[in-house]
Design a protein. Structure first.
Lengths: 384, 110
């Protein structure tokens, strides 16, 4: 009961300075919204990438020349397929297309015409010349629907007409936003790529634990190759999002610094009124422990409210409203950028870390100066 | 004690909301893993996809795992590309106000 009475007194004390308290609460909440948005979004995207791409190629073999990615001879697939443990080595044909009409970059991908139908494709995969399936982003930016025609400029600078046979559903936007899929042979002609070359090789390995060994053997058999294992691919995504998270956090550090300056100002500059209040409380019989408890409640009341409000707001912004503020920052130069509605993967450790790093410093900055005032003689404190 | 009661009630409500949100997130992630993930993984497996279609502005952002590691400066996946230029220059591109529809001979209007 005594503690509740002290809390009541702390709340009354905060409400005696309504403007100052409201200002601190707003700034504090906004800071937590920003930090929590970054942490929630980057963690959700990272987890989603790792989950989605877990069924990607076990091994991709690229060829490098003069320090750059180079087209690989299709014959190299036979060399790789002959390595013990390899079940298949399939040449992949893919590349990029800059659409000057919209300023967007598309990723063009060749598929085997015998591929099964896809659940996330409205329509069907392209089967022959002059057909393609496109991502929802391409469909939106070019304003085309299934059975419409899409005109692209090929390697010979001649317009090529493709009938859209399917559009990837919005649920797959994170994977297919800028994708344009067509059969291998027409794509080779479109790019002007010789039939004996491919972009890279996708390799299937019978035993997943042998992937690294196979990668080493590929490197020995084809010295100019660069094997990329699925493990490396997933590790890239950990690094990419950590880096981006870190970069954004560095940018938002200025906001954090401003908040710290405010908290420090509050900590060092205990006002004369507050000092007098502490002195009077001590004079009427409050213990130092009671004064400290009062100040701890004052700090905790503000910071707990700000944290809960800020985190709930950030959660809504990221998982329901598509991160409207951060999305603009993340979008960068991309013309096609999928709507950010990541699956809500939340790391409880991150929530706890955020709570600890924001609540504890604020409460400490409230209690420490009060402790200094509370341990001095009440008469001296009131006379200051 | 009215302020104390109101504050504790509001805080408890917000804490319950937070727990509810975390519970919803856990359930949604589990539902996604059960219902939607298999179809997405089928797409990844059939098309041999290696990267997310998030940033299509450059090779190293569209396919960070496939990019050539050795090209100097901008093509390195760890290089801070477009920074600080990207932070100062707003990306602009052509925004066509009209569209051109091309039809084959003999096709009806839409």
């Amino acid at each position: 009961m005594r503690r509740f009475k002290i809390l009541e007194y702390a709340l009354a004390s905060l409400l005696r300075r309504p403007v100052k308290t409201a200002a601190i609460l707003v700034v504090y909440t906004l800071m937590i919204v920003v930090l929590a948005t970054v942490l929630l979004l980057t963690h959700a995207l990272k987890t989603e990438a790792v989950n989605l791409l877990a069924d990607g190629p076990e091994l991709v073999v690229q060829r490098t020349m003069a320090g750059r990615h180079e087209l690989v001879p299709v014959a190299a697939a036979q060399t790789v397929a002959a390595i013990p443990g390899v079940s298949a080595a399939t040449p992949r044909v893919w590349g990029y297309y800059y659409d000057s009409l919209t300023g967007a970059n598309y990723t063009l991908l060749g598929v085997d015409a015998a591929e099964p139908s896809l659940e996330l494709l409205a329509g069907r995969l392209p089967q022959g010349d002059g057909e393609c399936a496109i991502g929802a982003g391409v469909a939106a930016v070019r304003k085309v629907a299934v059975n419409d025609d899409l005109i692209l400029i090929d390697a010979n600078n001649i317009g090529a007409i493709f009938t859209v046979t399917g559009i990837f559903r919005a649920e797959s936007r994170l994977l297919t936003e800028d994708l344009l899929v067509m059969p291998m042979a027409p794509l080779r002609r479109f790019f002007g790529m010789p039939a004996e070359l491919a972009t890279d090789l996708a390799v299937s390995v019978r035993n997943p634990s042998e992937v690294d060994t196979v990668a080493n053997k590929v490197k020995r058999a084809l010295p100019d190759s660069r094997p990329i294992t699925r493990k490396e691919l997933l590790r890239t995504y950990h690094a990419v999002f950590d880096w981006r998270g870190g970069m954004l956090l560095a940018l938002f550090a200025s906001a954090l610094l401003a908040f710290c300056i405010m908290a420090w100002d509050k900590a060092t500059g205990l006002s004369a009124g507050e000092r007098r209040e502490i002195g009077i409380l001590k004079a009427v019989g409050w213990d130092t422990a009671d004064v400290l408890l009062l100040k701890a409640w004052e700090g905790l009341a503000v910071s707990l409210l700000a944290f809960l409000l800020g985190f709930a707001l950030a959660f809504g912004l990221v998982f329901w409203w598509g991160a409207p503020l951060l999305g603009v920052v993340l979008r960068g130069w991309s013309v096609l950028f999928p709507e950010l509605r990541p699956t809500p993967y939340v790391d409880l450790y991150q929530v706890a870390t955020l709570a600890f790093l924001t609540i504890v410093p604020y409460v400490a900055s409230t209690v420490i100066p009060a402790w200094r005032a509370a341990t001095t003689d009440p008469d001296e404190v009131m006379r200051q | 004690m009215i302020r104390c009661r109101v504050y504790l009630a509001v805080t408890a409500l917000l804490a319950a909301t937070l727990v509810g949100l975390l519970g919803w997130a856990r359930q949604s992630a589990a539902d996604f893993g059960r219902d939607a993930l298999p179809a997405q993984r089928q797409l990844v497996a059939v098309l041999s996809l290696t990267d997310l279609a998030l940033w299509s502005e450059a090779r190293y952002t569209r396919h960070p795992s496939m990019t050539d590691l050795f090209s100097p400066f901008q093509d390195h996946p760890g290089a801070p590309e477009h920074f600080p230029a990207g932070a100062l220059l707003a990306p602009t591109g052509p925004r066509p106000a009209t569209t051109l529809e091309v039809r084959r001979h003999g096709e009806g209007g839409r």
